[in-house]
Design a protein around this ligand. Structure first.
Ligand code: A3P
Length: 313
């Protein structure tokens, strides 16, 4: 086993074969039975596909563009991660230093259960593992996706930072293609939502669309959430959501938590790759993947999407 490759002690959750840490298993039922409210807003993604970016967009749309309020509270608490607590190893959960502002002392499922409405909820779960009430209560859900090469490269750097992954790059890419990394298999995840695209309460956005034409994504998402924005408001929101501003925004960039993680893994704080808002580009995989690895990704994509609505003709 390669140190830092998540999950350690993994299990495959059926029916999708989702790879999760064993610590997640006791919470599957709790999540299945989780009470959903009609005015919840859910943001769902495979990790590293633009989750944080979408969360800030959705939270601001839902909160009358209250930039002041958004800066006062960490995105982690404004828009909590449903299974965030469940996927942590026991070593992290047991950390009991009272001086330490360790957010993951909080059982996120209970934390979200007790939040006042409207709640903003992030999850990386595929459709089959969502709370059962999602399908009857039908809250608004936004799914964001990204091309898997960029997502995998981003996930590699995420593992170096969060889990002190010390293996080489090609090994991580191999593990990703072989569905050995947490939340894999990637294409089943995307497909589990793409097949629901005709559900009125589901909007699907992509990282690439957000990069190419953020005003259109804002208009589309605002309409979906029942909000109407002026052109000035859209321009201000585009600026707020720019890579540079998000990277510098202490309520979003996770630095409060990340500095603890860097110390935990004895990482170099000045390494520009070891941060949450890292590069923010489309096709940055080209700078890191060899042509051979890229070819393997293409063959894997063709195989996994063949005969599905995602198949490229
Ligand atoms: P990179 O590692 O490729 O830079 P998630 O929030 O799902 O974990 O996704 C993280 C990815 O989104 C990172 O990708 C990060 O840099 C990128 N990202 C976050 N905010 C962004 C923004 N405002 N503009 C562009 N990319 C952004």
């Amino acid at each position: 086993r390669i140190p830092g490759l998540m999950p350690v002690g993994d299990v495959r959750i059926q029916p999708t074969g989702l790879v999760m840490p064993k610590e997640f298993v006791p919470d599957i039922e709790r999540i299945k039975k989780f009470e959903v409210r009609p005015d919840d807003v859910w943001l769902i993604s495979f990790p590293k596909c633009g989750t944080t970016w979408s969360q800030e967009l959705i939270w601001l749309l839902g909160n009358n563009l209250d930039y002041e309020a958004s800066k006062k509270k960490l995105l982690l608490t404004r828009f909590p991660f449903l299974e965030g607590w469940s996927i942590l190893g026991d070593d992290m959960k047991q950390k009991k230093n009272t001086d330490d502002k360790w957010f993951f002392q909080v059982d996120t499922i209970d934390y979200i259960r007790d939040l006042p409405s409207p709640r903003y909820i992030k999850t990386h779960l595929p459709a089959s593992l969502l709370p059962e009430q999602i399908w009857t209560v039908k809250p608004k859900m936004v799914y964001v996706t990204r091309n898997p090469k960029d997502a995998a490269v981003s996930f590699y750097h995420h593992h170096r930072l969060w889990h002190g992954y010390s293996g080489i790059f090609p090994l991580f890419m191999q593990a990703f293609l072989e569905d050995k990394v947490i939340y894999c298999p990637f294409w089943d995840h995307v497909l589990s939502y793409k097949t629901l695209e005709n559900h009125e309460n589901l909007l699907i956005n992509s990282f690439e669309e957000m990069k190419k034409d953020m005003p259109s994504v804002i208009r589309k998402t605002a309409k979906f959430l029942g909000k109407n924005l002026s052109e000035d408001e859209i321009a201000k929101l585009v600026e707020h959501l720019s890579f540079k501003n998000m990277k510098e925004n202490g309520s979003i960039n996770g630095e409060e938590v990340l500095e603890q993680i860097r110390q935990r893994h004895k990482l170099d704080s000045s390494d520009p790759e070891l941060c949450w808002i890292r590069k923010g580009e489309v096709d940055s995989w080209k700078q890191e993947m060899t042509p051979d690895i890229a070819k393997q990704f293409d063959a894997w994509t063709a195989k996994k999407t063949k005969g599905t609505i995602l198949e490229k003709k």
